[in-house]
Ligand binder design. Structure first.
Ligand code: HEM
Length: 424
């Protein structure tokens, strides 16, 4: 297998120019040159990750899409041939101790099918549509918090709290407890990569959710947690542990992703004034079509998820011409696939009106993002409200180059200082 790997790996590296460093300094600020190189020269590339684990990186659109839907690639970390390390390094740090392993992103059919069917009964597009006015209210309230000041950090004061409050509301976490979630989420975000803080935050959240689920079982409401408890499939219902894991994954999967979609998105817009002007003009004319394509394009252009988390080969297989052994981890690099010139015209151009845009930002196949309708609603509302209320929104003058935060899975800004004419 090693020989076959050599052949399909970095074949003609000597002639191709050096590969820009993966995961090195500078990589987070602009990973795209390294991805372009990989797509062209080593589309399924065996890399040593910063954690020391070896994994295959899949960077071409066609291979990425195929891998995401390939039933031979499991999401279950115990399929990793080096499982003794795996569970601490994949998925959610700290989750093992907190008993939250059985969530959608860690399981395969038939368990996945059953759990996804149950949660889909409760987390419906209709529920999300009915929730949209509340998203607008939350967004307006956050802007109220800084509009008169003329400056803000759009990550800390806007992109970060919005998805937390939104998902808490949707789940049915009482208003007076939501700031606890905000602080746990902050611990998760600011210590991501360092396991201790994340583990503590996860444990507290888990304990809180267990308690809340218990209470909702006694006195149900019309919130999502009550919906999860009520959902049943052929007489089967979620256990309290499963419901807690589900509530947790909704929070976890829907939090940093949305922070980064809004943060990266606004950052990209401020860096492309002509595109931003088009979007403003569309909104001013009451035309929201461009807003819809814009959110998809921002997701494609600089999406929050680099790598669609992990998959593990359950058998020896060939991926994009590369032999992968059973038990080896495969990382589908969404951000690389979404700039593949074989699929996207002018992939490095931000074109908010792009219509032919089947990006993989929300994944593909059975694990396709369950929260996509909510994420879209939040991102559209966030952009519309920001641009309407702060017509001359711009990056703060004299602000240093943005610093990026990222592990393997997410990539987003640590802060985004902006200025604008103080408004009401
Ligand atoms: C799955 C992206 C927001 C809940 C996924 C996957 C991606 C993704 C790429 C597939 C992962 C894989 O196949 O390995 C995003 C992005 C978001 C976002 C870019 C925001 C911009 C949300 C929100 C929620 C959510 C707001 C919930 C409130 C989930 C869940 C799954 C998932 C539960 C697992 C589905 C399954 O395994 O069946 N998301 N997500 N996501 N997402 Fe999202």
């Amino acid at each position: 297998a090693a020989g076959e790997r050599e052949r399909a790996g970095v074949r003609d590296g000597a002639h191709a120019g050096a590969r820009p460093a993966l995961f090195g300094p500078g990589f987070l600020a602009d990973p795209y040159p390294a991805y372009a190189w990989l797509r062209e020269h080593a589309p399924v590339h065996r890399a040593t990750l910063p954690s020391g684990v070896e994994a295959w990186l899949v960077t071409r659109y066609r291979d990425a899409r195929a891998a995401l839907a390939d039933p031979r690639l499991s999401k279950n970390p115990s399929r990793h041939s080096a499982d003794r390390h795996a569970s601490g390094r994949v998925g959610i740090p700290g989750e093992r101790g907190a008993g939250l392993m059985t969530h959608l992103l860690n399981i395969d059919p038939p368990d996945h099918t059953r759990l996804r069917r149950l949660v889909s009964q409760a987390f419906t597009p209709r529920r999300v549509a009915a929730f949209e006015p509340r998203v607008r209210e939350l967004t307006e309230r956050l802007v109220d918090g800084f509009a008169e000041r003329g400056s803000a950090d759009l990550i800390d004061e806007f992109a970060f709290p919005l998805p937390i409050y939104a998902i808490c509301d949707l789940l049915g976490v009482p208003a007076e407890d939501q700031d606890d979630f905000r602080s746990w989420a902050g611990m998760m975000l600011h210590t991501s990569g360092k396991r201790g803080g994340v583990g503590r935050a996860v444990k507290r959240m888990r304990a809180y959710l267990a308690e809340l689920i218990h209470r909702k079982r006694l006195t149900p409401g019309d919130d999502l947690i009550s919906g999860l408890i009520r959902a049943s499939d052929h007489g089967e219902q979620l256990t309290e542990d499963e419901a807690a894991a589900m509530a947790f994954i909704l929070l976890f999967a829907g939090f940093e992703t949305t922070v980064n979609l809004i943060g990266n998105g606004v950052h990209a817009l401020l860096g492309h004034p002509e595109q931003l002007a088009l979007l403003r003009a569309g909104l001013a004319a009451g035309d929201e079509r461009l807003l819809a394509t814009a959110v998809e394009e921002l997701l494609r252009f600089d999406g929050p998820v680099e790598l669609a988390t992990w998959r593990f080969a359950t058998e020896r297989l060939t991926l994009g011409g590369q032999l992968v052994e059973a038990g080896e981890p495969v990382l589908v690099v969404l951000a690389a696939a979404d700039r593949d010139p074989e699929r996207f015209a002018e992939p490095n151009t931000l074109d908010l009106s792009r219509v032919d845009n089947p990006h993989l930002g929300y994944g593909h196949g059975i694990h396709y993002c369950l929260g996509a309708p909510l994420a879209r609603a939040e991102a559209r509302t966030a952009l519309a409200v920001l641009l309407r209320r702060l017509p001359d929104l711009r990056r703060a003058s004299g602000a240093p180059e943005p610093r990026w935060r990222g592990g393997l899975i997410m990539r987003g800004l640590r802060s985004l200082p902006v200025e604008f004419t103080p408004a009401r």
